[in-house]
Design a protein around this ligand. Structure first.
Ligand code: HEM
Length: 399
């Protein structure tokens, strides 16, 4: 550890008191006192807005094998490492081009009525019941149904697919525990089987959807191998699912905790778009992004050596007062530059589904607030226990 950091005992520690209930005071303390530090957990962390942007936009790797001291032996699974989120150029460039064709603004405008219909249905049910758990009633089923629709998945065991997705997300979290490896392998193998089965059925009933487009890419010689195809489908569930769940449920919770902002949203026509940006900034569904430095990086007068694992604190950068000003810690739905948050990352791996998440957030949160003027929390929130994908697992409301 370098001398500059050893003088400062404060560093990122998700086990610190109160972190699960509200991690932001800790992120702020770390950003202020150890904005760039080497952590005993075996990684570096950068927290300031500018440093996070520099790291994510820089010419670094996302492939764990490039880290100093990494071995290949820890990667027995078929899915791991093949999805574009884990790939460097030239593979990344090729895969991203294929997958992003389903996420163009034009494709997204076609999906908006689908989202609206699903939200309508969920809210009608919630209305009939007089309230309920918002996570189970709206935030969970919506993104799952939407990505299933975009892919054009044939009939599969959706209950099991949802369970496997949740399991893979949980097991992939930092600090998932030593017992996690065998569980990951088992969940991974089952996911491969389930997706492969969906692919073979799709071959017999093609459609105008992402899965058919990816199958065509597989058929077209060496553009996409079968394992790569399976990995992209699994990744879309994993990357697009719990993230959007947290945007909706975490966003609504933030509004319930700031009634004056909830009122502002209800009474200001057209504020939904900016409100979603501010909610994404204030309560980012993904807290951390990871890079492996390909060359030494000078930050805060410290040199991060090549081959280091570096975590970018997206949650920390989103509240950096040097960038956002003295009210960085406040939720302000009409914040002019809210859209400049780093919640979707940056650089070559910038989130492919940002547009889709925004549509779902805008419609789900906007409609809920508009339809139910007496919306209120009706019990304790239960957190999902995840570190990077932290969000409510249960949010009871009355309407
Ligand atoms: C609010 C919801 C979401 C958040 C906060 C979010 C966040 C992120 C972040 C931070 C990254 C960059 C990771 C990195 O740089 O290492 C990312 C990448 C990605 N996201 Fe999202 N995401 C969301 C929704 C979605 C959705 C709905 C989809 C698709 C269905 C999706 C698909 C992807 C993919 C495929 C990548 C990898 C892109 C690449 O490596 O080139 N995300 N997301």
């Amino acid at each position: 550890m370098s001398g500059a950091t050893s003088r400062i005992p404060i560093m990122f520690n998700p086990l610190s008191a109160g972190f699960m209930e509200d991690p932001h005071p800790h992120y702020t303390e770390v950003r202020r006192h150890a904005p760039v530090h080497e952590n005993p957990g075996g990684f570096w962390m950068v927290s300031r807005y500018e440093d996070v942007e520099t790291l994510l936009r820089g010419d670094h790797s996302v492939d764990k094998r490039t880290a100093r001291g990494a071995t290949d032996s820890g990667r027995p699974q078929r899915l791991k490492g093949l999805a574009l989120i884990d790939q460097d150029p030239p593979h990344h460039t090729r895969l991203r081009k294929l997958v992003s064709q389903a996420f163009t603004p034009r494709a997204m405008s076609g999906i908006e009525p689908v989202v609206r219909a699903l939200v309508d249905e969920a809210l009608e049910e919630l209305g009939r019941a007089g309230g309920g758990d918002l996570v189970e009633a709206l935030a969970f089923p919506l993104p799952f149904a939407v990505i299933t629709r975009i892919l054009g998945m044939p009939e599969v065991d959706t209950v099991r697919l949802r369970e496997l997705t949740s399991l893979l997300i949980r097991l992939g979290e930092p600090g998932a525990g030593s017992g996690a490896k065998a569980d990951i392998e088992a969940a991974d193998a089952e996911m491969v089987e389930l997706v492969s089965d969906a692919i073979s059925r799709k071959r017999r009933a093609r459609g105008d959807d992402l899965l058919t487009a990816l199958i065509d890419a597989e058929d077209d010689g060496d553009r996409l191998t079968h394992d790569e195809l399976v990995a992209q489908v699994a990744m879309l569930y994993v990357a697009g699912y719990e993230t959007t769940v947290n945007l909706i449920s975490g966003g609504i919770l933030a509004l319930l905790r700031h009634p004056e902002q909830l009122d502002l949203l209800r009474t200001t026509p057209g504020l939904e778009r900016n409100a979603v940006e501010e909610l994404l900034r204030y309560e980012p569904p993904v807290h951390l992004a990871r890079r492996i430095t390909l060359h030494p990086l000078l930050m805060a007068e410290l040199t991060i050596p090549a081959g280091s694992v570096v975590l970018a604190s997206l949650a920390g950068a989103n509240r950096d007062e040097n960038f956002w000003g003295p009210d960085a810690d406040r939720l302000r739905l009409d914040r002019e530059n809210a859209r400049r948050h780093v919640t979707f990352g940056g650089g070559a791996h910038y989130c492919i589904g940002g547009g889709l998440a925004r549509i779902q957030g805008r419609i789900a949160i906007g409609e809920l607030v508009r339809r139910f003027p007496d919306l209120e929390q009706a019990g304790e929130v239960r957190w999902n226990g995840l570190l990077s994908l932290r969000g409510p697992a249960r949010l009871p409301v009355r309407i």
